[in-house]
Design a protein around this ligand. Structure first.
Ligand SMILES: [Fe+2]
Ligand SMILES: [Fe+2]
Length: 307
């Protein structure tokens, strides 16, 4: 196993514990069952702020169908994998992403109960992803998964490894869900990449182009979805939108905080494990192993009392 000193990218407040040039040989992905109760006690603006709540709500609408696309893109190569470790990790990846899909589908049902009509955008995204998965060359679909998994891993590292991670004031049930999802995005961050490089024979140009296409493209439905939800809430106004610009692009905004990690992908020698484990990862994992409860695991690493 090749280890190098952990480096925190400039402008990021994520603390990284260790860095590797390939998937650590003793690394394991854990199968955990999604068990969340998004009950009626959850406030409409569960994050504490209008724009940030709706931005995260809009973002997660794409998760269940996106995760189905990721699974299919890897399944396309499953019978060509000869490395038993990668073969096992692919099965664990599929399990984790399927669980994420279940949790976020339940979350979307809660949004529907709030009177937000999200069926149209969800259907549109589903059709786009299904068409892309069916029509594009398999290697290109896998490259899109590699790029998207890098975005979700960068976000996961931010949620798990930063104390100022947008969830400070969030409702505990939803905070627990995002911490779990973040932890698992970290755990399986290299599976698609390793299949792409080792099995599909994918190269730098296609994977680089995939991120260049996905990153700005994702912003369009994200912004439109956020604003449509705010309109239903009666909160679409200049004051909230100004706050929104800061939430997304300000000094502590999610894009500014994750941008250095996202851009590390463009190094030709990039491997997802070069960013290693984010701080809190091992503590969260140990707390979950002990309690079997995602809220308890979240509380164990939470630096800010949220209960
Ligand atoms: Fe996921
Ligand atoms: Fe993922």
């Amino acid at each position: 196993m090749n280890t190098i000193a952990a480096k925190t990218p400039a402008n990021s407040d994520v603390t990284y514990l260790k860095s590797y040039n390939k998937t650590p040989s003793n690394h394991t992905l854990i199968k955990r069952k999604a068990e969340f109760d998004f009950d009626a006690d959850i406030p409409r603006f569960w994050q504490g702020e209008v724009f940030a709540t709706r931005m995260l709500d809009a973002m997660q609408l794409a998760f269940p169908d996106g995760e189905r696309m990721f699974i299919q893109s890897i399944r396309n190569y499953e019978d060509k994998i000869t490395d038993p470790v990668l073969k096992r990790q692919v099965k664990e990846f599929i399990y984790q992403e399927a669980q994420h899909g279940i949790a976020h589908t339940e979350f979307t049902e809660m949004l529907t109960e709030q009177g937000l009509n999200v069926n149209g955008p969800v259907k549109l995204m589903k059709n786009m992803m299904v068409t892309f998965t069916d029509k594009a060359p398999k290697k290109v679909v896998l490259a899109a998964t590699v790029a998207a998994e890098h975005l979700t891993a960068s976000l996961g590292e931010f949620l798990v490894g930063s104390e100022d991670n947008m969830l400070t004031k969030a409702h505990p049930s939803i905070k627990a869900m995002y911490m779990w999802h973040g932890v698992e995005e970290v755990e399986h961050k290299a599976v698609a990449f390793d299949v792409y490089e080792q099995v599909a024979g994918g190269g730098y140009f296609t994977r680089a182009l995939a991120l260049a296409a996905i990153y700005p493209f994702a912003l369009i439905p994200l912004t439109a979805g956020t604003m449509a939800m705010m309109q239903v809430d009666g909160e679409l106004n200049v004051k909230e939108l100004r706050k929104g610009v800061s939430v997304m692009f300000g000094k502590n905004g999610i894009f500014r905080k994750t941008f250095p990690a996202v851009m590390s992908y463009y190094k030709p020698s990039f491997h997802p494990w070069q960013s290693g484990y984010p701080a809190n990862y091992h503590d969260w994992k140990a707390a979950y192993e002990e309690s079997g409860d995602m809220t308890q695991a979240m509380i164990a690493v939470d630096r800010v009392a949220c209960l």
